[in-house]
Structures are given as structure tokens and as C-alpha cells.
Design a protein around this ligand. Structure first.
Ligand code: MCF
Ligand code: FE
Length: 406
């Protein structure tokens, strides 16, 4: 059991409450917040840490990373989604070879150092399995399914099933198997429905990419544009498997994170209790020619969270770098307000999207907690923004109440 006292504790409740000069007591779950002296009296067996000027917050959740692409720096082409995709096809086997277990383990640590407790790892090949299982991070392991070729659907299914089974066998509190249906342009309905039936039967979280590029929009709305030519290389008579709404409907009643959605204008098919948008600002700048309209999501009450995507479309998996990119591009927001919105999106709101009982400093929640270097005296209303502007890494990270070696 641990008690930590700090200058500020960001609860990450709906009102963005900040406690000043208080403490939090926790074991695997949070026991209580309050005056340090009272908590010490109530829990005399606890280790007491006076973290002085520090800031305590729920650990961040980065729900969308492609760890297997962690070796990329300059191999992929940016600026147009289909040029990027062609470069991925050309380089993916080399890149995945270079992203060996040691590199992926190191990458996970780097992510954690930026205050991230839970990582949504989208796994294309399964080569990130060992480092994910071995890490002290909480991992949602999204086994990816994709494929458009009718002739090899069975092979794709078997490949997915063997990766999925392996992940089920390794399931524990910190390693949670899940499913990724790659995208509407890349995943045959027979594969999507097959995987989504498993998600329904086993109550799994699902992730998918949706409406990321102008090409995807043209393809899903008119069966035209860049994808017609691109997919025509493999199948001359290719037509879209879905329109946007029929694709979204596949995920009815399933907790699903729809990544990107930059070209989606109509969210009427979204089920607010199950569906959320994962926003990857840096990735969108490199691949999508457009960024997400966050204000529209807020107005429409569509839940959203913040992901980095992989190093396949980012320069850094440090979560603060991604949050700062968000601060810069969503310039229509007041910065203090936006900082709070982004922190809530990355803690309590992301936890809800993933069905995890954490993301808030509140009695009974799982104790995934980050401790950051503080600034001394500072107004509570400035704290969120200053944290995002000035922080690169956390001082300490607790997962399930245990400190992580970073
Ligand atoms: O999110 C970005 C861009 N959109 C789609 N896919 C990926 C991203 N980063 C990596 N990917 C992977 C994806 O998981 O690239 C492959 C898939 O395995 C593209 S489809 C052959
Ligand atoms: Fe992605």
C-alpha cells in the first residue's frame, strides 16, 4: 500500500477537479484521497511518499500504436495516403524484421516514460507479442485481420485465428486480447464478420481505421478515385465492400474505436455508448491532407480519445509530443480549455471507450497513476496547459498500484 502527497492531484473527473496539497492512498485500486495526515492515520502500514511539488494524474491511455513499425524513420513516403500505402507494402517485411523484440520492448518503455499506463497495440503480424506480454504496461492487444482476395480468405482467417488464440492463452489483467478489423477498403466482409462475431461472443474491444483519406472517402461514397486504380492492380473489377454507414453498422453493439474519421461528416450511425473516435493528429498531418474537426465531435457528443498511431506515421511515440501537436493544430480552442479536454480524452474518456475501470483518481478505480515534476505555485486553471507544454517524461508510473521500472 502506498500514500503519495503532492502539490496537485488531477482527478480527471468530469469537472476537471484539482486537489491541492493532498494525498492519495492506493494498493491495486485507489483507496482514498484526502489530507496526508489523515490517510497516514487510517493506513499506518502504507509506504508514505512526500512528492513535494509533483503533479499526480491518472496514467494516460494511448489506444492506437503500431509497435511493429517502430523501426521506421525514413522508409515511408508521406503526403498522400496511397503513396504511403505503396511504400508500406514495399517496406513492411524489412521494417518488421528490424523491429525486433528488443526494439519493441524499448519502444514500450519510451511510451510508458511519457506517462502512458495503457497501450492499444495494433498487431499486424504478431511479432510484438512477446515484448507486449512481458512488459509492465497494460496492453490491449488488437489482433489485426485484413484481406480482400476471395481466394485466400481461409488462409487469412487461419492466420488471424492462430495469433488470436495465442493472445487468449496469454490473457491476464495486464494483457487483454482484442481485435482490429483493419479498414473498409482492406477487409472483406467475410473476414470482418468472422472476427466481429468472435468480438461479440467473447465481449472483446475492437479497433478499426475509418475515413482516413480523401481516397477512402471517394471509394466508399462513389467507388471511384485513387483506390479504384490502386485496388485495380490486384483485381480489375474491384468494387467497394461497404458504404460508410454499412461499415459502421457492422460494429453495432460492440465497443469499437474508430481511428481517424477525418473525412467522416455524418456520425449518425455512431452508437455513443459503444463507439468512439481515436484521433491521431500527427499521423493525419502526414497521411491525410485534413485534420479532425474536434469541435464537431464535442457538439455531437461523440466520445473521442487520442492516439499516436505508429512510427509508420509519426516521429515520436512520446504521448506529450502528440498532445502538443494537438494543442498546435486545434487553434480554434482556447489553450487552457483544450489542454483539459485532451487530458480527459486521454484518461477517463479513453478508459470508458476501452471498458477499463481506471482513468480517474477516485476511490475504487484501478491505480494506474503517473507522477510528474511540478512547477511550485501555479494557478489550478493553468495546470493542465503547463503540464502539456513543459513535460517530456513522468517521474514515476504505477500500474495496478505497483511502480514500473522505466
Ligand atoms: O494508421 C496508420 C495508417 N492507416 C492504416 N494502417 C496503418 C497505419 N500505420 C500502420 N498501419 C498498418 C496497418 O495495421 O499498415 C498496414 C496494416 O497492417 C496497411 S494495410 C497493408
Ligand atoms: Fe493506425
Amino acid at each position: 500500500m502506498t500514500i503519495i502527497k503532492a502539490k496537485f492531484i488531477m482527478l480527471c473527473d468530469e469537472n476537471f477537479t484539482i486537489l491541492k496539497d493532498k494525498a492519495v492512498a492506493f494498493e491495486d485500486r485507489i483507496l482514498k484521497t484526502g489530507e496526508a495526515s489523515e490517510l497516514i492515520k487510517q493506513f499506518p502500514q502504507a509506504d508514505f511518499i512526500d512528492a513535494k511539488d509533483a503533479i499526480i494524474a491518472p496514467a494516460f491511455i494511448n489506444p492506437h500504436v503500431h509497435l511493429e513499425f517502430s523501426a521506421n524513420k525514413t522508409s515511408l513516403v508521406y503526403g498522400d495516403f496511397l503513396e504511403w500505402l505503396s511504400s508500406v507494402i514495399a517496406s513492411r517485411s524489412e521494417l518488421s524484421k528490424e523491429a525486433n523484440q528488443a526494439l519493441i520492448a524499448k519502444t514500450i518503455k519510451e511510451i510508458q516514460r511519457s506517462g502512458v499506463g495503457t497501450i492499444g497495440a495494433v498487431s499486424s503480424f504478431g511479432s510484438d507479442f512477446e515484448p507486449c506480454v512481458k512488459s509492465c504496461a497494460r496492453i490491449i492487444y488488437f489482433n489485426e485481420i485484413l484481406g480482400t482476395n476471395e481466394q485466400i480468405l481461409e488462409t487469412n482467417k487461419q492466420n488471424f485465428i492462430s495469433r488470436f488464440k495465442k493472445s487468449k492463452e496469454a490473457q491476464n489483467e495486464l494483457f487483454i486480447p482484442a481485435i482490429s478489423v483493419h479498414s473498409p477498403y482492406s477487409t472483406h466482409p467475410k473476414l470482418a464478420n468472422f472476427a466481429l462475431q468472435i468480438a461479440r461472443d467473447e465481449n472483446l474491444i475492437v479497433s478499426t481505421h475509418l475515413m482516413e483519406s480523401n481516397h477512402e472517402k471517394d471509394w466508399l461514397t462513389n467507388g471511384s478515385g485513387g483506390f479504384k486504380e490502386w485496388l485495380g492492380k490486384f483485381n480489375k473489377s474491384a468494387t467497394p465492400f461497404y458504404d460508410v454507414n454499412s461499415f459502421i453498422s457492422l460494429f453495432s453493439g460492440i465497443k469499437t474505436l474508430f481511428t481517424h474519421c477525418v473525412y467522416l461528416d455524418d456520425f449518425s450511425k455512431f452508437e455513443r455508448e459503444f463507439h468512439s473516435v481515436t484521433h491521431c493528429a500527427f499521423s493525419n498531418r502526414l497521411l491525410s491532407k485534413k485534420t479532425l474537426n474536434l469541435q464537431n465531435l464535442i457538439d455531437e457528443k461523440i466520445p473521442f480519445n487520442i492516439g499516436t498511431d505508429g512510427l509508420s506515421s509519426n516521429i515520436s511515440l512520446n504521448f506529450f509530443d502528440e498532445l502538443r501537436a494537438n494543442l498546435l493544430i486545434h487553434s480554434e480552442f482556447n489553450p487552457q480549455n483544450l489542454a483539459q479536454i485532451l487530458i480527459l480524452a486521454s484518461t477517463s474518456n479513453a478508459a470508458k471507450a476501452l471498458g477499463l475501470d481506471l482513468g480517474e483518481v477516485a476511490t475504487g478505480k484501478i491505480a494506474d497513476i503517473a507522477v510528474y515534476e511540478g512547477f511550485g505555485e501555479i494557478k489550478e486553471s493553468e495546470l493542465a496547459l503547463m503540464l502539456l507544454l513543459h513535460t517530456k517524461n513522468c517521474r514515476n508510473l504505477y500500474i495496478n498500484g505497483k511502480i514500473c521500472e522505466l
